[in-house]
Design a protein around this ligand. Structure first.
Ligand code: GDP
Ligand code: MN
Length: 381
């Protein structure tokens, strides 16, 4: 789950990380009022779940409260990476001397939290990693001990030669690590971590992603979810208990089981297509889940063909067939449908489909090839 910058900043601030004050506005008037409180010279920042807001015009400096009003109006009318801006953070502008990057992620390869720090901050860290990899330091943390002071100091000196600043950064990184662990983070990031002309080290941006699996034991964090800032398809999928991730291709995939869903996507790509999504209807499916899955997928205008790939074990293929029939009766499809199913109650499923003018395949390769051909208009290679 993503949380907003202003929410992450509140959490960081409570942990002692130096973060400038700030308040959230959803109208230009409100933004202007907040700016007055801070003396006029502020930054107005779009609160959307997307990086690179600066480049997209979502972060702007303003010198007077009136200017804040017009800047906020412009930012509140923006759509950044398909996400409409509904709120802005108004925060006093800081004078920047240097911009660094500090982040910690859960790294699957080392099975540890890994710090990534760079004195070349502000811009995309991916760009730094690609062009000047020597400017990034990676440091795996032993979760039994956390980020110890000597490790934090070493990272601090990678960022700053000034002892005072290195110490300040080390303390911030230890605090960031605590926040990351305590809140079930899969990522916690400060970009930029700046130095000011007076030599202070301050976090000007804050980002945190929380592992969904942690939310049950962290109700206060779960309550930070802002559904108005999420893709509508992902909100609906979560409510229907479907694991869904929207992608950019045109073959809509409805599959049971995460492993089979991954294999299906691989095969779609292998035959020259691009999956429009990852969707796992789960082990024990009921017809309602299938109806919801079809509704979500058909709402995506990029989808040119829909592929069901169901391997019936606990999942009963007749449940899936009933779901397909119910969904199509309510909402006839505008794109071709390819159904592959095999396993539990297969004969019943095939009969249900046939009685409703649909057919099913049993071979996964053939089904994927057909779906790719239908989506691309080309015969699969
Ligand atoms: P992002 O583009 O979504 O990561 O948004 P950031 O909060 O990181 O802001 C982008 C850039 O705007 C930063 O790297 C800074 O260069 C600039 N910026 C943000 N806040 C301030 C500020 O208080 N003062 C100044 N001078 N620049 C700022
Ligand atoms: Mn940033």
């Amino acid at each position: 789950m993503n949380i907003h910058e202003y929410q992450a900043k509140e959490i960081f601030r409570a942990a002692g990380i130096p973060v400038p004050p700030g308040e959230v506005a959803s109208t230009p008037e409100e933004a202007e009022r907040i700016a007055r409180k801070f003396g006029g010279n502020v930054v107005v920042k779009a609160q959307v779940h997307a990086g690179g807001r600066g480049k997209a015009g979502g972060v702007k400096l303003a010198k007077t409260p009136e200017e804040v009003g017009s800047v906020a109006e412009r930012i509140l009318s923006l759509t950044i990476k398909d996400l409409p801006v509904k709120k802005v953070l108004v925060t006093p502008a800081a004078d920047i001397t240097t911009e660094a990057y500090v982040g910690v992620i859960v790294d699957r390869a080392s099975k540890k939290p890994v710090f990534m720090v760079s004195p070349a901050g502000g811009i995309d860290i991916e760009e730094v990693a690609a062009k000047t990899p020597d400017k990034i330091r990676r440091h795996p943390v032993d979760p039994r001990y956390g980020l110890r002071l000597y490790e934090a100091m070493e990272l601090g000196f990678f960022l700053y030669s000034d002892v005072r600043q290195a110490r300040a950064a080390a303390k911030i990184m230890q605090q960031l690590y605590s926040v990351f662990i305590a809140n079930g983070g899969s990522l916690a990031e400060i970009n930029p971590l700046v130095t000011t002309p007076t030599g202070d080290v301050v976090a000007l941006d804050a980002k945190m992603v929380v592992d969904d699996n942690e939310l049950d034991r962290l109700p206060a964090i779960a309550a930070l979810r802002d559904e108005t800032s999420e893709a509508p398809s992902e909100v609906e999928a979560r409510k229907a208990n479907l694991t869904f991730i929207k992608l950019d291709g045109n073959v809509g995939c409805i599959v049971n089981g995460a492993g089979l869903a991954m294999a299906t996507m691989d095969l779609v790509k292998y035959y020259g297509g691009e999956p429009a999504n990852f969707l796992d209807i789960g082990g024990s499916s009921n017809p309602e889940k299938v109806v919801a899955a079809l509704r979500i997928i058909t709402a995506d205008p990029n989808v040119k063909a829909i592929l069901f790939n169901i391997f019936g074990g606990i999942t009963r293929t007749d449940d899936v067939a009933n779901g397909i029939v119910t969904a199509i009766k309510a909402n006839p499809l505008k794109v071709p449908l390819v159904i592959r199913l095999t396993g539990t109650n297969e004969e019943i499923a095939v009969k249900i489909l046939q009685e409703n003018g649909l057919s099913a395949m049993t071979d996964m390769d053939e089904a994927v090839k057909k779906a790719v051909a239908l989506a691309t208009g080309k015969k699969a290679a």
